[in-house]
Design a binder for this molecule. Structure first.
Ligand SMILES: *Cc1c(COP(=O)(O)O)cnc(C)c1O
Length: 393
């Protein structure tokens, strides 16, 4: 006997099922907090850690599992975790792998908020934090203590763009049982085989090239190490670092065009940086493919390409007011943080406040080359130099 259900119930338990056999290119967006089990036995037998089945929205749906798998393919990883931002992914590494009493080493040029987080861990959580010269190479071995657990690296460093000797850092770290985490955002995993150089954990800010749209925040951690993956997964769950499936979809949508966009950013940046290098107003081009850049030889050895983000040092005769007016006078380059989208960006940095041993006399400006025609970008820089009074006399 069937009892007729009320509309209120039917709206939550509809009998309608869409026809089978639908097929299309986009990955479906599966939203879920609750995941429904067939029966109690299924509920009891599912282990969220293995990712072989679904248990709760926090641990993923087919949409996020698909993004994780594609990111793992790019880097050659066996495990991937998504986090709500690049910075959240960095926090997962720090909170997942460091305990009170441990020591962590960070390059002096590391992404600023990572450094700030380390400071916070050292002030309130009993973790010792030390900064190292990003060009130290094998010399890092002398800094490693018995309680050192983790070494961060970034290739190239944020803003100042030094390229570290990654194989030397990894070899010295591994000789003393220290894990190496690399912020690999600049290469997007496309032009650096970081695991092959010895890196244990790769962090990506998907906010940048993977999304490509300047419209979503997300981060990822990748590893080939089962124990590290387990530890990071447990921390991911304990911190409740879920990601929204609409955001996951936005990143999935960006991935197929990422290698093509990356090459366009690379070529545009190469053209603009080459033009800047020839200008007497610019004393250095801090782009890993240029000889001015510390670690250029390591870039040549370890990378197969370059991203669209680089910095320059203006000649020391130009004042902060002149350089600021130059940046304000740009029309195609907008002023803003982050990078990796279609739009070119420009930020003047005050390095003496950011770095203890900064010795450059001239002022630093960072460019993100978008997908505009590089000829137009060069014309924009030339007119802004003239308006800022930045013209060699
Ligand atoms: C942007 C960025 C991050 C942080 O990513 P968010 O998604 O903005 O939190 C980390 N490292 C580097 C090198 C970055 O450029």
């Amino acid at each position: 006997m069937t009892v007729k259900k009320s509309l209120q119930t039917l709206l939550a338990h509809s009998d309608y099922a869409a026809p089978e056999g639908f097929d299309a290119f986009p990955v479906a967006i599966h939203h879920a907090s609750t995941v429904v089990f067939k029966d109690v036995a299924a509920m009891r037998s599912r282990a969220w850690l293995s990712k072989s089945a679904y248990t709760y929205g926090l641990h993923g749906t087919p949409t996020s599992f698909t993004l994780e798998a594609r990111l793992a393919e790019i880097e050659g990883a066996s495990h991937c975790l998504l986090a709500p931002s690049g910075l959240a992914a960095i926090a997962l590494v720090n909170l997942g792998l460091l305990n009170s009493g441990d020591d962590v080493l960070l390059p002096d040029n590391v992404y600023g908020p990572n450094r700030d987080m380390a400071q916070w861990l050292s002030e309130g959580h009993g973790i010792s934090v030390r900064l190292y010269d990003p060009m130290i190479g094998a010399g890092i071995g002398a800094l490693i203590q018995p309680n050192t657990r983790l070494l961060w690296a970034e290739a190239p460093g944020s803003v100042s763009m030094e390229v570290p000797d990654l194989p030397a850092l990894c070899a010295a770290a591994h000789a003393r049982n220290v894990l190496v985490a690399l912020d690999n955002t600049w290469s997007a995993g496309l032009v650096l085989r970081a695991f092959d150089l010895g890196v244990d954990i790769i962090m990506q800010a998907l906010t940048k090239y993977q999304s490509g749209g300047s419209d979503v925040l997300m981060g990822a951690l990748l590893t080939r190490d089962d124990n590290v993956a387990r530890q990071l997964s447990l921390t991911h769950m304990r911190l409740g670092m879920g990601v929204g499936m609409d955001d996951v979809y936005m990143v999935l949508r960006g991935l197929p065009s990422m290698p093509l966009r990356f090459r366009a950013h690379e070529q545009g940046a190469q053209m603009v940086a080459t033009w800047l290098k020839a200008r007497p107003e610019i004393s250095k081009v801090l782009h890993p493919a240029f000889e001015d850049c510390p670690g250029h030889a390591f870039w040549k050895r370890d990378f197969t390409g370059a991203a669209g983000l680089f910095s320059v040092i203006f000649d020391a005769r130009f004042s902060q007011a002149q350089v600021d007016l130059f940046v304000d006078s740009l029309t195609l380059f907008k002023i803003g943080f982050s990078w990796g989208g279609s739009n070119s960006l420009c930020v003047p940095y005050q390095m003496s406040g950011m770095r203890a041993n900064w010795t450059e006399a001239g002022l630093l400006v960072r460019f993100n080359i978008g997908l505009e025609d590089p000829h137009d970008l060069i014309a924009d820089i030339a007119q802004a130099m003239a308006r800022g009074g930045i013209v060699a006399g």
